[in-house]
Design a protein around this ligand. Structure first.
Ligand SMILES: Cc1cc2nc3c(=O)[nH]c(=O)nc-3n(C[C@H](O)[C@H](O)[C@H](O)COP(=O)(O)OP(=O)(O)OC[C@H]3O[C@@H](n4cnc5c(N)ncnc54)[C@H](O)[C@@H]3O)c2cc1C
Length: 334
């Protein structure tokens, strides 16, 4: 058998990245395997420009910057990193180790940390005729670079935190931002709604639903909006870009194809207080995990990562003293 890792972290979102760092800190031989071409999970793929306010010690950190910091932290310890490798199968061997198939590569590991989030994520589409040919041109499901919208008239569709966050982020660069939601009340944070209401170039349009979308001769987008609970009262709105934030569907189907009979509840893995699944040596952390009271936040995954890494260290190297903190290591001089 080729070399065997102590730990393999599957999924390079914030939880998986921090878990790989912590395994390295505990001197485990570790690899981090991510399906997408880049690390960062939802932060990189869905909201790189958004500011995050609820990571301890880093108030108002931009998502992309938090991922950069996690990457910097990963450089401090030896971790083999693989991107663009979707894990398609994990098998438990007779000796208790795991065989992992990712892309064209087969690797072996004594323990695994599953950090898949909610699996592959996909934006809920705007289901109107003609939208498909406008996607990534006039219609966007993600705001990757807010500068792309500089000076534009932007319609943001949706009433949750993503729509409100995007409106708040785009307002300083866009010419005007119109948030269109089919209910009178937004589902997102009240503070953000209040701030948007008092922002000069932001208009909150409720309760309206997009009924038709078409391109004008000049290449702008014309939206026909129907007022909810009215007698077909309609308005038209002409904008340069439409950002659709109708939420995301997540797909953890990959797990069901693995040769592991992992216990789950509502499609999320069941774990004990050491983040162990029902399969010995297999741990799970992050948004793909279920236990009573879990809150799906970056900070929660950050807390679970050292628990799993430390449990694996104790399992594989019971003779080692796991101090639980890193202050004695001079990592800055690596
Ligand atoms: C719009 C939006 C705004 C948010 N704002 C905040 C906020 O302000 N504060 C906050 O704390 N949280 C926020 N969240 C939630 C936060 O993003 C998640 O809690 C966090 O990303 C979970 O991290 P994770 O590492 O568990 O999973 P993810 O970030 O989902 O990462 C999982 C990774 O696993 C990879 N993967 C999946 N399947 C495989 C496979 N088979 N093989 C290899 N890799 C695989 C995925 O590609 C992904 O990169 C927000 C979420 C959204 C959608």
């Amino acid at each position: 058998m080729s070399e065997i890792y102590d730990a393999t972290v599957i999924g390079g979102g914030p939880a998986g990245m921090f878990a790989a760092f912590y395994c390295g800190l505990n001197q485990l031989k570790v690899q981090l395997v991510e399906a997408l071409p880049q690390f960062g999970g939802q932060l990189t793929a869905l909201y790189p420009e958004k500011k995050i306010w609820d990571v301890a010690g880093l108030p108002g950190v931009k998502s992309a910057d938090l991922v950069k910091k996690l990457e910097e932290q990963l450089q401090l310890v030896p971790v083999d990193k693989f991107t663009g490798e979707k894990v398609t199968d994990v098998t438990k061997e007779a000796d208790g180790s795991f065989t992992i198939t990712s892309g064209d590569r087969i690797s072996h590991s004594k323990a695994i940390i599953i950090a898949l989030g909610n699996g592959a994520f996909k934006a809920r589409p705007l289901a109107l005729p003609g939208v498909d040919k406008m996607v990534e041109k006039q219609v966007h499901y993600f705001v990757r670079h807010k500068e792309d919208f500089a000076g534009q008239r932007v319609a943001v569709l949706g009433g949750g935190n993503s729509a409100l966050d995007n409106a708040q982020m785009l307002a300083p660069v866009a010419k005007e931002v119109t948030v269109i939601h089919r209910r009178n009340n937004f589902r997102g944070h009240k503070l953000v709604v209040d701030e948007l209401q008092s922002t000069a170039n932001v208009n909150l349009m409720t309760p309206y639903l997009s009924r038709e979308i078409k391109l004008t001769d000049g290449g702008a987008v014309q939206l026909t909006l129907r007022k909810m609970h009215s007698n077909d009262e309609e308005k038209t709105l002409t904008v340069d870009a439409v950002v659709v934030n109708y939420g995301f569907t997540a797909n953890n189907a990959a797990l069901r194809d693995w040769s592991l009979d992992l216990a789950s509840e509502r499609n999320q893995l069941t774990v004990d207080t050491s983040m162990a699944t029902n399969i010995p040596g297999a741990y799970a952390i992050g948004d793909g995990v279920h236990y009573e009271g879990r809150t799906p936040l970056i900070a929660t995954g950050f807390g679970e990562a050292p628990i799993a890494a430390t449990a694996i260290t104790k399992l594989l190297y019971p003779e080692r003293t796991v101090s639980g903190h890193s202050s004695s290591l001079d990592l800055g001089h690596k």
